[in-house]
Design a protein around this ligand. Structure first.
Ligand SMILES: O=c1ccn([C@H]2C[C@H](O)[C@@H](CO)O2)c(=O)[nH]1
Ligand SMILES: [Zn+2]
Length: 133
């Protein structure tokens, strides 16, 4: 699957965003190693902090369906630069995805930044850190 196709899928996911408070729809498309795509959008709440980002929606959907073998994630929003995932999503990506997994960040103008999970959160807190307690 090429980058362009995965970005198109992220745009499709973005159209489902539930964003009555921010009016800032975000879409994500998560490609698994077996070629499935899990779509994610942001889903907001009147209690703002309960909001779920597009990236975590896609990741949680995949895990809840029994698929954890991820190959790439594309994210799109209407930003001046390629959309920058929030800290919570970076932490969840670092928990669930391989460190060298491709993350494609883009915006509606078509700017693209290809990065990795590790580069988005260098030195992430992880399960190994719990063992020294
Ligand atoms: O990478 C991002 C950045 C923000 N949001 C959402 C959270 C909230 O619904 C809205 C404004 O922060 O955008 C995402 O889904 N992903
Ligand atoms: Zn987020």
């Amino acid at each position: 699957m090429d980058t362009k196709k995965l970005i198109e899928e992220a745009k499709r996911a973005r159209s489902q965003a539930y964003v009555p408070y921010s009016d800032f729809p975000v879409g994500a498309a998560l490609l698994t190693k077996d070629g499935n795509i899990y779509h994610g959008c942001n889903i907001e709440n009147a209690a703002y902090s309960v909001t779920n980002c597009a990236e975590r929606t896609a990741l949680f959907k995949a895990v809840s369906e029994g698929n954890r073998d991820f190959q790439a994630l594309a994210v799109v929003a209407d930003t001046d630069r390629p959309v920058s995932p929030c800290g919570s999503c970076r932490q969840v990506m670092s928990e669930l995805c391989p460190p060298d997994m491709k993350v494609i960040l883009t915006n509606v103008q078509g700017d693209i930044l290809e990065t990795t999970v590790e580069k988005l959160l260098p030195g992430a807190f992880h399960s190994g850190d719990l063992h020294g307690k």
